[in-house]
Ligand binder design. Sequence first.
Ligand code: 13P
Ligand code: SF4
Length: 301
Amino acid sequence: MKKEGTAERILRLKEKKKAIILAHNYQTGDVQDIADFVGDSLDLSIKASKVEEDVIVFCGVHFMAETAVILSPEKTILIPDADAGCPMADMITAEELRAWKKVNPGIDVVCYVNTSAAVKAECDICCTSANAKKVVASLKGDKVLFAPDKNLGAYIVRGSKKKIIPWDGYCYVHNNILPKHVREKKKRYPKAEVWVHPECRPEVIDLADRVFSTGGMVKEARKTSLDEVIIGTEAGMIYRLEKENPGKRFYPVKDNAICSNMKKITLEKVLISMENMAPKVEVSADISRRAKGAIEKMVSL
Ligand code: 13P
Ligand code: SF4
């Protein structure tokens, strides 16, 4: 008899445990292929708030799984590797945010979804890269405290009258994409457009044709009549773009733009976590209640 492979065992366990697998666009191809739903942070939050299954296996980084816990508290949320964190999210703590608010009283506080639940509990509203401009435009005040990504903060206020006071955080993957990488790829593929993620540096955004969240790139790639696009984000993005758009070519702006945290999730770890029903992601009731308000405000927009 043929031995059951990892993917088959995961599918069998999914039925047995009434589980759904959600995966971020940066996950490896084999993990994306086994997932029921693949998306950006916003799509994944919305999906997590609506699932019917008892168990969510979250293939992404820790703050994303925490958001799923907050939005679906009655479900069991598993993350196949508890060490899959986001270094940018760790650049601000709840204590630091409280102190920052104290020296900047009366100013709206917007937290990027790439923050811990404890930090979200201290802010007025969350945003993702897909809706950050909309979230900031929805606020009455003309000044905003924005944490933790200074690059996203700078992007949000391009062309707006609002003033952003940014926290000094950044994503090491996107911040290491430099103008010289864009120029090199443009030289190699002169017919290609350049699409970048808003976590990139302002000087990289200046060289781009379009700026999108990862979900925005997926949608635009289906619609575009272009044959070639240079993609300025984590290189795992190329897998989904090429899979869904045969015939179109997508080139990573920087081949080694890899988020090692996202890549901690493997197919084998997905299987082990479903077998053991661990590691479970948990958020205290108090933090969850306070963070939920900020996330729900964002989702309702
Ligand atoms: P998206 O919401 O665009 O998928 O971005 C998440 C992220 O972590 C980017 O580094
Ligand atoms: Fe965090 Fe950057 Fe990895 Fe996204 S790519 S999860 S922002 S470290």
